[in-house]
Design a protein around this ligand. Structure first.
Ligand SMILES: O=C[C@H](O)[C@@H](O)CC(=O)C(=O)O
Ligand SMILES: [Zn+2]
Length: 277
């Protein structure tokens, strides 16, 4: 199933109540047993998806909205598994994907399916897709192959490691940039000080959030911040003009991904705390 979400202006967003914010920017129920769910965002035409195969093999279908013969006819796809051992089959080739391994599939791959190795320890695949106009090769990366970077400090409760998988110095793509961030135990803040990049939208997917914990995710223009209460395995569509930053009630991990004008991970416009409201 695929849901389509259109864009919202900064002004419109500033007038939304909690439920309106949630239904526009939060993706609940992304990961459901034996389902492949997709949300098509009109911000840079990025598709956020989730596949949780338990007893079944799940196929990536071309939804009619794409008017394409197959999903990756004019798109590229990044896949990261956040749970038990899994398998992705792409045009007959099987790729085993363990927790926090990433697979990039380029434009032109016709058949894609997802399966778990053990039904009682199912894989959970997070998917992020953007339009593509050239084919880059299929590449798999483990977490160790990703270029890492330690950020933040214990004193500001944001000691974390950033793993970049799909980016200029890693797996090559047309426009997709993708990786993940792991917070150290006791660290709860991500992306603080926060930033915007009006040249690229961003999608967040929070994982390893304990069942009784939550992340307060902050969004909005730097001078009009709002928040969303986020539980495990939920995703967020972050408009290009919005900050994206979160504070958990315990540590967690999240997958970030971007698409849009440029391909420069470090291109960020800082939103200094003193200027934020
Ligand atoms: O544009 C980059 C993204 O917002 C994230 O990579 C930031 C992040 O993972 C972090 O600071 O924890
Ligand atoms: Zn960002």
């Amino acid at each position: 199933m695929m849901e389509v979400r259109f864009q919202q202006s900064p002004k419109e967003t500033s007038q939304m109540n909690t439920q309106e914010l949630r239904s526009n920017f939060l993706i609940e129920n992304l990961m459901q047993d034996d389902k492949l769910n997709l949300v098509y965002s009109h911000y840079d035409r990025v598709i956020v998806g989730g596949a949780k195969p338990v007893n079944q093999v799940l196929k990536l279908e071309a939804h009619s909205e794409l008017r394409a013969d197959y999903f990756l006819e004019r798109r590229e796809l990044g896949i990261i598994n956040v749970a038990g051992a899994g398998k992705v089959v792409a045009d007959g080739v099987t790729y085993e994907l363990n927790k926090l391994e990433c697979l990039y599939l380029g434009k032109g791959v016709k058949e894609v399916s997802f399966a778990s190795v053990n039904a009682n320890d199912a894989a959970i695949f997070y998917l992020l897709s953007a339009p593509a106009h050239a084919t880059y090769p299929t590449v798999k990366y483990s977490k160790d192959q990703a270029s890492g970077g330690d950020m933040g400090s214990q004193a500001t409760a944001n000691k974390r490691t950033i793993y970049r998988y799909i980016h200029a110095d890693g797996i090559q793509s047309c426009q997709l940039v993708m990786g993940l961030t792991i917070l150290e135990e006791g660290s709860v803040w991500n992306t603080m000080p926060s930033h915007t990049h009006t040249r690229r939208m961003e999608a967040y997917y929070y994982f390893d959030v304990k069942a009784d914990q939550r992340v307060f995710h902050f969004m909005g223009e730097p001078t009009e911040t709002r928040h969303l209460l986020v539980a495990n395995n939920e995703a967020i569509i972050s408009p290009p003009w919005s900050i994206h930053s979160g504070c958990g009630t315990a540590s967690y991990g999240f997958i970030w991904g971007m698409a849009g004008e440029n391909y420069t991970y470090s291109d960020m416009d800082p939103a200094p705390l003193a200027d934020m409201r």
